[in-house]
Design a protein around this ligand. Structure first.
Ligand code: HEC
Ligand code: HEC
Ligand code: HEC
Ligand code: HEC
Ligand code: HEC
Length: 297
């Protein structure tokens, strides 16, 4: 116990009174959390290959802004960003107010060898939204928090995306992204000599796609026609329809690209970028419309 207390005392001194500046200092006691966190996109938010490449194309004056969310502790988000946060300036642009004198948790009953404080901000969507809401420059516009605020708010960001015990995130970078399994429904409906393609978002937390929409692509292949949601994501629960010139014997395939292929080629980045097939619908020659859901990597 003496050892533990002195370990924390050293940690606090080393960080100049702001606990938790170094994620490695927490790992010695919170091994399970730290291991899960290390494999999350949060831990490597400053080292992602696409992030680094795009950062390199931006003016030097802009980079501190990017780094204010992506590499707060050098390589990524740190334990202290969330566990020493007391609130924010606004819920956007990384403007967290970090500097709680104790580590922020959820329970007063906990016996820890360091001081803990309970703050509802830790469990709030505002904590996540402080970074998951980007207002420019240029095409760096991300609005999950605004979209969430306008909706039913039945769940917080963390209830859909975050596992407290391990700090793993469920997102589009998972090898088989569970978040995408039931994200969208598709239907093909004959209408005279044309076909109507209907796409419905089943995502209730925000738009589809959301977050880094400048990088992602949702597209539907119908025969030789391709429609995509690049300029206008579906809002929560929204159904949108397109007329396509085909009558029967067609198949609609909805695909999700983590990265738009032309973004990677413009950056000169080569990485495995296979689209994920989300769902399909087919209209056979004179048959009924059939829709099937598939989730494949
Ligand atoms: C010397 C060991 C030790 C170190 C170092 C340490 N902790 Fe803890 N911490 C504990 C123990 C023991 C508990 C109580 C049991 C538990 O929740 O795991 C705890 C509890 C917590 C809680 C939970 C409070 C709650 O309400 O449930 C949080 C959050 C926390 N620590 C964060 C951190 C962070 C962030 C760091 C790094 C800055 C850190 N700890 C460093 C041992 C440590
Ligand atoms: C992106 C914000 C964020 C980061 C970064 C983060 N945490 Fe957490 N942490 C949370 C949230 C949110 C909870 C759960 C609060 C709740 O239950 O409502 C939590 C819970 C915890 C708990 C209690 C876990 C339990 O058993 O339920 C510990 C301990 C903890 N964090 C330690 C750490 C450590 C150590 C790090 C760095 C390796 C870290 N956290 C990084 C947001 C974060
Ligand atoms: C307010 C915080 C914030 C700022 C400022 C910010 N970003 Fe991000 N960025 C994020 C978040 C959060 C994500 C994850 C969103 C997602 O996965 O959909 C992200 C994702 C990205 C991605 C996609 C990463 C991948 O591999 O999937 C790139 C590239 C990126 N940002 C580049 C930048 C650049 C360059 C800047 C500066 C011009 C910048 N960001 C500024 C928060 C921010
Ligand atoms: C009801 C569950 C739910 C809630 C609440 C929710 N999300 Fe999502 N989120 C999803 C689903 C499903 C997807 C995948 C489909 C999509 O992109 O919309 C997703 C995708 C994302 C993505 C882009 C994909 C990625 O991993 O890069 C980000 C970023 C994101 N959510 C952040 C948030 C934030 C921040 C909040 C809170 C403001 C939030 N989410 C609230 C379910 C939810
Ligand atoms: C300090 C800023 C910051 C905070 C606070 C933050 N995030 Fe993130 N988050 C990021 C950045 C930056 C990325 C992009 C990492 C990348 O892909 O390079 C990201 C990525 C993600 C992803 C994408 C995972 C994937 O597979 O694509 C999810 C989901 C996510 N965060 C959820 C949350 C949730 C839930 C919270 C609140 C508990 C939260 N974030 C708080 C900065 C933050």
């Amino acid at each position: 116990m003496v050892l533990r207390v002195s370990a924390v005392a050293t940690l606090l001194l080393a960080c100049g009174g702001v606990p938790g500046a170094a994620t490695t200092d927490c790992a010695s006691c919170h091994a399970e959390v730290a291991a899960g966190f290390a494999s999350s996109r949060h831990a490597s938010a400053g080292t992602g290959v696409v992030y680094r490449a795009l950062l390199g194309t931006r003016p030097a004056s802009e980079r501190p802004f990017c780094e204010g969310c992506h590499s707060r502790g050098g390589t990524g988000v740190t334990c202290a960003d969330c566990h020493a946060a007391v609130g924010n300036e606004v819920t956007a642009n990384g403007l967290l107010r970090v500097g709680a004198p104790e580590l922020v948790g959820t329970s007063r009953a906990v016996t820890a060898p360091h001081q803990t404080e309970v703050r509802p901000f830790l469990s709030s969507s505002e904590l996540c939204g402080t970074c998951h809401e980007v207002h420019g420059p240029a095409f760096f516009v991300e609005t999950p928090f605004t979209e969430w605020s306008a909706g039913a708010r039945a769940k917080t960001c963390a209830q859909c995306h975050f596992e407290a015990r391990t700090h793993s995130l469920s997102g589009v970078h998972d090898p088989v992204p569970a978040v995408l399994t039931d994200a969208v429904s598709v239907a093909l409906v004959p209408d005279g000599s044309e076909l109507v393609l209907r796409l419905t978002s089943n995502v209730s937390g925000h738009a589809f796609p959301s977050g880094s929409t400048f990088a992602r692509r949702v597209e539907v292949l119908v025969g030789s026609t391709v429609v995509n949601l690049d300029d206008r994501p579906l809002q929560a629960g929204e159904t949108r329809a397109w007329r396509v010139a085909a009558s029967s014997c067609v198949r609609a395939t909805v695909r999700f690209w983590r990265y738009r292929p032309e973004l990677l080629s413009s950056l000169g980045v080569a990485l495995d970028n296979q689209p994920v097939t989300l769902t399909t619908a087919s209209l056979g020659c004179g048959e009924e419309i059939a829709a099937t859901a598939v989730a494949e990597p």
